[in-house]
Ligand binder design. Sequence first.
Ligand code: CDP
Length: 242
Amino acid sequence: MKKPEIPLIINGRRIDGRLPDEVREIKMSIGEILNADGSARVSFGNTEAIVAVYGPRALFPKFLQETDVGLVRVIYSMSPFSVDERKNPAPDRRSIEISKVTKEALSAAIFIEDFPKAVVDVYENIIQADGSTRVAAINAASLALASAGIPMKDLVAACSVGKVDDTLIVDLNGKEDNYSESDMAVAMMPSKGLITFLQMDGRLTKEEVLELLKKAEEVCKRIYELQKKTLLERYKMEKEEE
Ligand code: CDP
């Protein structure tokens, strides 16, 4: 997208006042969608994702069933009211792509051999969009899957990094996302040090890619700690209620 007239970095600060390495306020919660087997809400500043997980449940039609592994389906969608210009709720190329890539980011962590012939459905909904929605969706989906008791190798934590006005930054907001020189979305299984998803737009040198990956790893590790804390608090609360 064409760069706007205004600079994106002024006196070392970003347009929302953050320093280059500063992440927006992160909030996480679990269990709001009572009908679902697992659910979670994650926000980074004004970007907010809510995810519901159903399953494992029987998969129909039967010819889709695999005898040795289960199926994971992911649908990403942005609510019409999530941005100031109404978003058409019909699936578009972008949401079909994000459904596919976020599914891959999550599938790497799921023991699909533990639920043969069954399906796990993951519904990722963006209720407010201000940049980096796909990584917010991955963070919330990973928490929702864990809260649904889906067997996983690790939680998946994700963040965005990029370059604006020649400065390397983390957690891009909407304007930075749209006008960046380059942006990368990264998801990983932090305790295993494995990257499960990486997308990049724009141009970066090899050194910049390595530097941004280092920054992404640091942010993902912080998100991972918050995810674990959120799960623990939820289970402590449930135990107390018993
Ligand atoms: O959200 P994410 O960075 O994962 O994906 P993107 O396609 O790079 O979208 C960047 C941002 O553009 C979104 O986070 C929204 O803030 C904005 N957007 C929008 O305003 N209207 C759309 N129909 C799609 C995206």
